[in-house]
Write a protein that binds this ligand. Structure first.
Ligand SMILES: *Cc1c(COP(=O)(O)O)cnc(C)c1O
Length: 409
Protein backbone atom coordinates (compact mmCIF):
# COMPACT_ATOMS: atom_id res chain seq x y z
CA UNK A 1 0.00 0.00 0.00
CA UNK A 2 1.45 3.35 -0.92
CA UNK A 3 0.13 6.89 -0.80
CA UNK A 4 -0.78 8.62 -4.04
CA UNK A 5 2.32 10.46 -5.29
CA UNK A 6 2.08 14.20 -5.93
CA UNK A 7 3.31 13.54 -9.45
CA UNK A 8 0.12 11.45 -9.94
CA UNK A 9 -2.10 14.16 -8.48
CA UNK A 10 -1.72 13.34 -4.77
CA UNK A 11 -1.04 15.88 -2.04
CA UNK A 12 2.62 16.98 -1.91
CA UNK A 13 4.56 16.34 1.30
CA UNK A 14 5.07 20.08 1.74
CA UNK A 15 3.82 23.38 0.37
CA UNK A 16 7.13 25.07 -0.42
CA UNK A 17 10.11 23.60 -2.25
CA UNK A 18 13.18 22.53 -0.30
CA UNK A 19 16.39 23.07 -2.34
CA UNK A 20 19.48 20.87 -1.91
CA UNK A 21 21.58 23.72 -0.53
CA UNK A 22 21.16 27.30 0.61
CA UNK A 23 23.05 30.02 2.46
CA UNK A 24 22.30 31.24 5.97
CA UNK A 25 22.83 34.97 6.33
CA UNK A 26 21.87 36.46 9.70
CA UNK A 27 21.48 39.99 11.06
CA UNK A 28 25.12 40.32 12.22
CA UNK A 29 26.35 39.25 8.77
CA UNK A 30 24.24 41.99 7.21
CA UNK A 31 25.57 44.54 9.74
CA UNK A 32 29.16 43.55 8.89
CA UNK A 33 28.50 44.19 5.19
CA UNK A 34 26.67 47.45 5.84
CA UNK A 35 29.53 48.71 8.02
CA UNK A 36 31.97 48.24 5.15
CA UNK A 37 29.58 49.89 2.69
CA UNK A 38 29.61 52.96 4.95
CA UNK A 39 33.42 53.01 5.11
CA UNK A 40 36.06 54.42 2.75
CA UNK A 41 37.11 51.04 1.30
CA UNK A 42 34.58 48.88 -0.45
CA UNK A 43 37.23 47.04 -2.46
CA UNK A 44 41.03 46.55 -2.19
CA UNK A 45 40.85 47.52 1.46
CA UNK A 46 41.66 45.96 4.84
CA UNK A 47 38.86 43.37 4.97
CA UNK A 48 40.55 41.30 2.29
CA UNK A 49 43.70 40.75 4.39
CA UNK A 50 41.56 40.17 7.44
CA UNK A 51 39.49 37.47 5.71
CA UNK A 52 42.64 35.80 4.38
CA UNK A 53 44.15 35.84 7.87
CA UNK A 54 40.97 34.37 9.39
CA UNK A 55 40.95 31.45 6.97
CA UNK A 56 44.70 30.87 7.52
CA UNK A 57 44.04 30.85 11.22
CA UNK A 58 41.14 28.41 10.85
CA UNK A 59 42.93 25.97 8.53
CA UNK A 60 46.51 26.38 9.70
CA UNK A 61 47.86 27.28 6.25
CA UNK A 62 50.47 30.05 6.08
CA UNK A 63 49.19 32.00 3.09
CA UNK A 64 45.81 32.71 1.57
CA UNK A 65 44.75 34.52 -1.59
CA UNK A 66 41.09 35.59 -1.66
CA UNK A 67 39.61 35.80 -5.15
CA UNK A 68 36.29 36.35 -6.89
CA UNK A 69 35.13 32.70 -7.05
CA UNK A 70 36.10 29.11 -6.43
CA UNK A 71 36.71 28.81 -10.16
CA UNK A 72 39.12 31.78 -10.05
CA UNK A 73 40.86 30.05 -7.13
CA UNK A 74 41.37 26.87 -9.20
CA UNK A 75 42.55 28.97 -12.14
CA UNK A 76 44.93 30.79 -9.77
CA UNK A 77 46.33 27.49 -8.50
CA UNK A 78 47.04 26.27 -12.05
CA UNK A 79 48.52 29.69 -12.87
CA UNK A 80 50.72 29.57 -9.77
CA UNK A 81 52.06 26.16 -10.76
CA UNK A 82 52.83 27.49 -14.24
CA UNK A 83 50.71 24.94 -16.10
CA UNK A 84 51.18 25.43 -19.86
CA UNK A 85 50.27 23.78 -23.18
CA UNK A 86 51.58 20.22 -23.28
CA UNK A 87 51.25 19.73 -19.51
CA UNK A 88 48.83 17.12 -18.20
CA UNK A 89 46.90 17.45 -14.95
CA UNK A 90 45.03 14.46 -13.52
CA UNK A 91 41.64 15.03 -11.93
CA UNK A 92 38.44 13.17 -11.15
CA UNK A 93 35.64 12.64 -13.65
CA UNK A 94 33.13 13.11 -10.81
CA UNK A 95 33.32 16.85 -10.22
CA UNK A 96 31.92 20.19 -11.29
CA UNK A 97 33.26 21.29 -14.68
CA UNK A 98 35.17 24.17 -13.06
CA UNK A 99 37.84 21.78 -11.72
CA UNK A 100 38.85 20.57 -15.18
CA UNK A 101 38.19 23.89 -16.92
CA UNK A 102 40.89 25.53 -14.76
CA UNK A 103 43.44 23.25 -16.45
CA UNK A 104 42.16 24.21 -19.90
CA UNK A 105 42.41 27.95 -19.11
CA UNK A 106 46.21 27.55 -19.06
CA UNK A 107 46.27 25.40 -22.17
CA UNK A 108 46.95 22.25 -20.14
CA UNK A 109 45.29 18.89 -20.76
CA UNK A 110 42.85 17.52 -18.20
CA UNK A 111 43.35 13.77 -17.79
CA UNK A 112 40.54 12.10 -15.89
CA UNK A 113 40.79 9.21 -13.47
CA UNK A 114 37.91 7.02 -12.32
CA UNK A 115 36.48 7.02 -8.80
CA UNK A 116 35.92 4.78 -5.81
CA UNK A 117 32.18 3.97 -6.02
CA UNK A 118 31.83 3.86 -2.23
CA UNK A 119 32.97 7.44 -1.63
CA UNK A 120 32.79 9.23 -5.00
CA UNK A 121 36.44 10.27 -4.48
CA UNK A 122 39.20 9.81 -7.06
CA UNK A 123 40.73 6.31 -6.92
CA UNK A 124 44.51 6.52 -6.31
CA UNK A 125 45.07 3.29 -8.31
CA UNK A 126 43.40 4.92 -11.30
CA UNK A 127 45.60 8.01 -10.94
CA UNK A 128 48.68 5.86 -11.08
CA UNK A 129 47.57 4.40 -14.45
CA UNK A 130 47.26 7.91 -15.91
CA UNK A 131 50.66 9.32 -14.93
CA UNK A 132 52.96 10.11 -17.90
CA UNK A 133 56.18 12.15 -18.21
CA UNK A 134 53.91 15.12 -19.04
CA UNK A 135 51.96 14.93 -15.77
CA UNK A 136 52.53 18.08 -13.70
CA UNK A 137 49.82 17.94 -11.06
CA UNK A 138 46.86 16.11 -9.56
CA UNK A 139 43.63 17.86 -8.51
CA UNK A 140 41.70 15.65 -6.09
CA UNK A 141 38.20 16.79 -5.07
CA UNK A 142 37.01 15.93 -1.54
CA UNK A 143 33.66 14.79 -2.88
CA UNK A 144 30.65 15.74 -0.74
CA UNK A 145 33.07 16.80 2.04
CA UNK A 146 34.87 13.51 2.66
CA UNK A 147 38.68 13.94 2.42
CA UNK A 148 40.47 11.93 -0.27
CA UNK A 149 43.15 9.43 0.73
CA UNK A 150 45.89 12.04 1.18
CA UNK A 151 48.55 9.50 2.19
CA UNK A 152 48.10 7.61 -1.09
CA UNK A 153 48.03 10.85 -3.10
CA UNK A 154 51.16 12.19 -1.40
CA UNK A 155 52.97 8.93 -2.08
CA UNK A 156 52.11 9.06 -5.80
CA UNK A 157 53.03 12.75 -6.01
CA UNK A 158 56.41 12.09 -4.38
CA UNK A 159 57.15 9.11 -6.59
CA UNK A 160 56.43 10.94 -9.84
CA UNK A 161 57.41 14.41 -8.65
CA UNK A 162 54.07 16.06 -9.38
CA UNK A 163 52.13 18.71 -7.45
CA UNK A 164 48.83 18.33 -5.61
CA UNK A 165 46.10 21.01 -5.63
CA UNK A 166 43.09 20.06 -3.51
CA UNK A 167 39.75 21.28 -4.86
CA UNK A 168 38.30 21.65 -1.38
CA UNK A 169 35.09 23.41 -2.45
CA UNK A 170 33.09 20.75 -0.56
CA UNK A 171 35.38 20.40 2.39
CA UNK A 172 35.84 23.58 4.45
CA UNK A 173 36.04 22.26 8.00
CA UNK A 174 36.84 18.66 7.02
CA UNK A 175 39.79 16.87 8.66
CA UNK A 176 41.70 13.65 8.13
CA UNK A 177 43.89 11.56 10.40
CA UNK A 178 47.33 10.39 9.38
CA UNK A 179 49.95 8.83 11.66
CA UNK A 180 47.88 9.62 14.74
CA UNK A 181 47.53 13.28 13.94
CA UNK A 182 44.52 15.22 12.67
CA UNK A 183 45.01 17.58 9.71
CA UNK A 184 42.58 20.20 8.46
CA UNK A 185 41.68 20.33 4.78
CA UNK A 186 43.19 23.63 3.62
CA UNK A 187 46.22 23.27 5.89
CA UNK A 188 48.08 21.83 2.87
CA UNK A 189 50.11 19.46 5.03
CA UNK A 190 50.14 16.88 2.20
CA UNK A 191 49.49 19.08 -0.82
CA UNK A 192 50.87 22.19 -2.49
CA UNK A 193 47.64 24.17 -2.48
CA UNK A 194 43.97 23.92 -1.63
CA UNK A 195 41.08 25.97 -3.01
CA UNK A 196 37.72 26.88 -1.48
CA UNK A 197 34.51 28.34 -2.89
CA UNK A 198 32.20 30.72 -1.04
CA UNK A 199 29.21 30.30 -3.33
CA UNK A 200 25.91 30.34 -1.34
CA UNK A 201 25.49 26.54 -1.38
CA UNK A 202 28.93 25.98 0.17
CA UNK A 203 29.78 25.95 3.90
CA UNK A 204 30.15 29.72 4.24
CA UNK A 205 29.35 32.37 1.67
CA UNK A 206 30.56 35.72 0.37
CA UNK A 207 27.90 35.74 -2.38
CA UNK A 208 30.53 34.81 -4.91
CA UNK A 209 34.09 34.20 -3.79
CA UNK A 210 36.94 31.78 -3.40
CA UNK A 211 40.35 31.32 -1.81
CA UNK A 212 43.67 29.61 -2.43
CA UNK A 213 45.57 28.30 0.61
CA UNK A 214 49.26 27.42 0.51
CA UNK A 215 52.50 27.32 2.50
CA UNK A 216 55.20 28.24 -0.03
CA UNK A 217 56.21 31.91 -0.23
CA UNK A 218 57.47 31.81 -3.83
CA UNK A 219 54.37 29.98 -5.05
CA UNK A 220 52.22 32.44 -3.13
CA UNK A 221 53.71 35.52 -4.85
CA UNK A 222 53.14 34.11 -8.30
CA UNK A 223 49.65 32.81 -7.46
CA UNK A 224 48.56 36.14 -5.95
CA UNK A 225 49.43 37.96 -9.18
CA UNK A 226 46.53 36.31 -11.02
CA UNK A 227 44.18 38.50 -8.99
CA UNK A 228 45.46 41.81 -10.32
CA UNK A 229 46.50 41.61 -13.96
CA UNK A 230 49.83 39.90 -13.26
CA UNK A 231 51.12 43.07 -11.67
CA UNK A 232 54.16 43.05 -9.37
CA UNK A 233 55.15 45.89 -7.02
CA UNK A 234 58.70 44.61 -6.48
CA UNK A 235 60.07 47.50 -8.52
CA UNK A 236 59.23 49.87 -5.66
CA UNK A 237 61.44 47.86 -3.33
CA UNK A 238 64.17 47.47 -5.96
CA UNK A 239 64.38 51.19 -6.63
CA UNK A 240 63.69 51.94 -2.99
CA UNK A 241 60.98 54.32 -4.08
CA UNK A 242 57.53 54.60 -2.63
CA UNK A 243 56.25 56.19 -5.84
CA UNK A 244 52.80 54.74 -6.00
CA UNK A 245 52.45 54.80 -9.77
CA UNK A 246 55.30 52.31 -10.13
CA UNK A 247 54.31 48.76 -10.97
CA UNK A 248 55.31 46.13 -13.50
CA UNK A 249 53.14 43.63 -15.26
CA UNK A 250 55.16 40.40 -15.26
CA UNK A 251 52.48 37.80 -16.01
CA UNK A 252 49.24 37.79 -17.96
CA UNK A 253 46.86 37.99 -15.01
CA UNK A 254 43.19 38.84 -14.64
CA UNK A 255 40.90 40.93 -12.51
CA UNK A 256 39.89 38.25 -10.00
CA UNK A 257 39.51 40.63 -7.04
CA UNK A 258 36.92 40.16 -4.33
CA UNK A 259 35.39 43.20 -2.61
CA UNK A 260 35.77 44.30 1.00
CA UNK A 261 32.07 43.94 1.74
CA UNK A 262 32.17 40.36 0.48
CA UNK A 263 35.16 39.66 2.71
CA UNK A 264 33.33 41.25 5.67
CA UNK A 265 30.54 38.75 5.04
CA UNK A 266 33.10 35.94 4.87
CA UNK A 267 34.71 36.95 8.19
CA UNK A 268 31.32 37.04 9.85
CA UNK A 269 30.27 33.70 8.33
CA UNK A 270 33.51 31.97 9.33
CA UNK A 271 32.68 32.64 12.99
CA UNK A 272 29.62 30.41 12.55
CA UNK A 273 31.33 27.64 10.63
CA UNK A 274 31.56 25.25 13.57
CA UNK A 275 27.87 25.67 14.33
CA UNK A 276 27.04 25.15 10.63
CA UNK A 277 29.21 22.01 10.48
CA UNK A 278 27.59 20.59 13.61
CA UNK A 279 24.14 21.03 12.11
CA UNK A 280 25.25 19.38 8.85
CA UNK A 281 26.48 16.34 10.81
CA UNK A 282 23.16 16.16 12.71
CA UNK A 283 21.17 16.16 9.48
CA UNK A 284 23.41 13.49 7.91
CA UNK A 285 22.93 11.34 11.02
CA UNK A 286 19.17 11.76 10.85
CA UNK A 287 19.11 10.69 7.21
CA UNK A 288 21.27 7.68 7.94
CA UNK A 289 19.14 6.49 10.83
CA UNK A 290 15.92 7.07 8.87
CA UNK A 291 17.03 5.16 5.75
CA UNK A 292 19.53 2.56 6.96
CA UNK A 293 16.94 -0.24 6.73
CA UNK A 294 15.79 0.77 3.23
CA UNK A 295 17.26 -1.92 0.94
CA UNK A 296 16.74 0.15 -2.19
CA UNK A 297 19.21 2.82 -1.01
CA UNK A 298 22.94 2.85 -0.26
CA UNK A 299 23.88 5.63 2.09
CA UNK A 300 26.89 7.42 3.46
CA UNK A 301 27.21 6.26 7.05
CA UNK A 302 28.37 9.02 9.44
CA UNK A 303 29.82 6.43 11.83
CA UNK A 304 31.42 4.01 9.35
CA UNK A 305 35.07 3.00 9.64
CA UNK A 306 35.91 6.07 7.53
CA UNK A 307 34.78 8.28 10.42
CA UNK A 308 37.70 7.05 12.53
CA UNK A 309 40.15 8.75 10.16
CA UNK A 310 38.02 11.50 8.60
CA UNK A 311 35.86 14.35 9.80
CA UNK A 312 33.34 14.67 6.99
CA UNK A 313 32.20 18.25 6.23
CA UNK A 314 28.84 17.04 4.80
CA UNK A 315 28.53 19.52 1.96
CA UNK A 316 26.29 16.90 0.32
CA UNK A 317 24.35 13.85 1.44
CA UNK A 318 24.46 11.67 -1.68
CA UNK A 319 22.25 8.59 -1.71
CA UNK A 320 22.76 5.83 -4.28
CA UNK A 321 19.64 4.15 -5.64
CA UNK A 322 19.83 0.38 -5.98
CA UNK A 323 18.24 0.48 -9.42
CA UNK A 324 17.92 -3.32 -9.69
CA UNK A 325 15.49 -3.22 -6.75
CA UNK A 326 13.44 -0.34 -8.17
CA UNK A 327 10.84 -0.10 -10.91
CA UNK A 328 11.83 3.42 -11.87
CA UNK A 329 14.99 5.17 -13.01
CA UNK A 330 16.84 7.91 -11.13
CA UNK A 331 15.00 10.38 -13.32
CA UNK A 332 11.56 8.98 -12.32
CA UNK A 333 12.48 9.25 -8.67
CA UNK A 334 13.94 12.73 -9.09
CA UNK A 335 10.73 14.04 -10.67
CA UNK A 336 8.53 12.26 -8.14
CA UNK A 337 10.48 13.93 -5.29
CA UNK A 338 10.31 17.30 -7.00
CA UNK A 339 6.53 17.04 -7.23
CA UNK A 340 6.52 16.43 -3.46
CA UNK A 341 8.42 19.76 -3.16
CA UNK A 342 11.64 17.99 -2.16
CA UNK A 343 14.21 19.21 -4.68
CA UNK A 344 17.21 16.92 -4.82
CA UNK A 345 20.16 17.53 -7.16
CA UNK A 346 22.60 15.35 -9.09
CA UNK A 347 26.33 15.87 -8.37
CA UNK A 348 27.66 15.40 -11.02
CA UNK A 349 27.32 14.63 -14.70
CA UNK A 350 30.81 13.12 -15.27
CA UNK A 351 32.89 15.91 -16.79
CA UNK A 352 34.15 13.84 -19.74
CA UNK A 353 30.57 13.36 -20.98
CA UNK A 354 29.96 17.07 -21.60
CA UNK A 355 29.87 17.88 -25.33
CA UNK A 356 32.87 20.21 -25.07
CA UNK A 357 35.02 17.50 -23.51
CA UNK A 358 33.82 14.85 -25.97
CA UNK A 359 34.32 17.05 -29.05
CA UNK A 360 37.48 18.89 -28.08
CA UNK A 361 39.30 16.28 -26.04
CA UNK A 362 37.98 13.06 -27.59
CA UNK A 363 36.47 11.57 -24.45
CA UNK A 364 33.47 9.24 -24.85
CA UNK A 365 30.87 7.30 -22.92
CA UNK A 366 32.43 4.20 -21.43
CA UNK A 367 35.79 5.85 -20.64
CA UNK A 368 35.11 6.01 -16.87
CA UNK A 369 32.63 3.23 -16.15
CA UNK A 370 32.62 3.60 -12.37
CA UNK A 371 31.87 7.35 -12.48
CA UNK A 372 29.25 6.79 -15.18
CA UNK A 373 27.34 4.14 -13.27
CA UNK A 374 27.66 6.18 -10.06
CA UNK A 375 26.11 9.09 -11.94
CA UNK A 376 23.08 6.97 -12.97
CA UNK A 377 22.28 6.12 -9.35
CA UNK A 378 22.91 9.28 -7.31
CA UNK A 379 20.72 11.96 -5.75
CA UNK A 380 21.85 14.67 -3.32
CA UNK A 381 19.21 15.19 -0.64
CA UNK A 382 18.57 18.70 0.75
CA UNK A 383 21.24 19.49 3.33
CA UNK A 384 22.06 22.91 4.76
CA UNK A 385 22.35 24.29 8.28
CA UNK A 386 19.24 26.44 8.14
CA UNK A 387 17.00 23.39 7.58
CA UNK A 388 14.64 22.84 10.50
CA UNK A 389 13.92 19.42 12.00
CA UNK A 390 10.54 19.61 10.26
CA UNK A 391 12.25 20.16 6.91
CA UNK A 392 14.43 17.09 7.55
CA UNK A 393 11.31 15.08 8.48
CA UNK A 394 9.69 16.19 5.21
CA UNK A 395 12.66 14.84 3.24
CA UNK A 396 12.47 11.55 5.14
CA UNK A 397 8.72 11.28 4.52
CA UNK A 398 9.04 12.27 0.87
CA UNK A 399 11.83 9.82 0.09
CA UNK A 400 10.00 7.04 1.97
CA UNK A 401 6.76 7.75 0.09
CA UNK A 402 8.47 7.75 -3.31
CA UNK A 403 10.60 4.64 -2.66
CA UNK A 404 7.53 2.77 -1.35
CA UNK A 405 5.89 3.42 -4.68
CA UNK A 406 8.86 2.47 -6.86
CA UNK A 407 10.14 -0.59 -5.00
CA UNK A 408 9.85 -3.89 -6.84
CA UNK A 409 9.16 -6.29 -3.99
C1 LIG B 1 31.45 25.06 -6.26
C2 LIG B 1 32.56 24.30 -6.85
C3 LIG B 1 33.53 24.91 -7.66
C4 LIG B 1 33.43 26.31 -8.19
O1 LIG B 1 33.23 27.29 -7.27
P1 LIG B 1 32.57 28.69 -7.71
O2 LIG B 1 32.76 29.54 -6.49
O3 LIG B 1 31.15 28.43 -8.04
O4 LIG B 1 33.32 29.21 -8.88
C5 LIG B 1 34.61 24.14 -8.09
N1 LIG B 1 34.71 22.85 -7.76
C6 LIG B 1 33.78 22.22 -7.01
C7 LIG B 1 33.96 20.78 -6.68
C8 LIG B 1 32.66 22.92 -6.55
O5 LIG B 1 31.73 22.29 -5.82
Amino acid sequence: MSEKLAIHGGKPIRETPLPYGRHWVEEEDIQAVVNVLRSDWITMGPKIDEFEQSVCCYTGAQYAVAVSSGTAALHGAMFGLGIKPGDEVITTAMTFVATANAILYLGGTPVFADIDPKTGNIDPNEIEKKVTPKTKAIIPVHYAGLPCDMAALREIANRYNVRIVEDAAHALGAEYRLDNKWYKVGECAHSDMATFSFHPVKHITTGEGGMILLNDKVLEEKTRRIRMHGVSLDIRKRLDKESIWLYEMVDLGYNYRISDFQCALGISQLKKLNRFLKRRVEIAERYYSAFQEVEELSLPNPSSSLAAVNKHAWHLYVIQLQLDKLKGTRENIYFALRAENIWPQVHYIPVHLHPYYQKRLGYKKGDFPVAESFYERILSLPLYPKMSDEDVDDVVEGVTKVINYYRKR
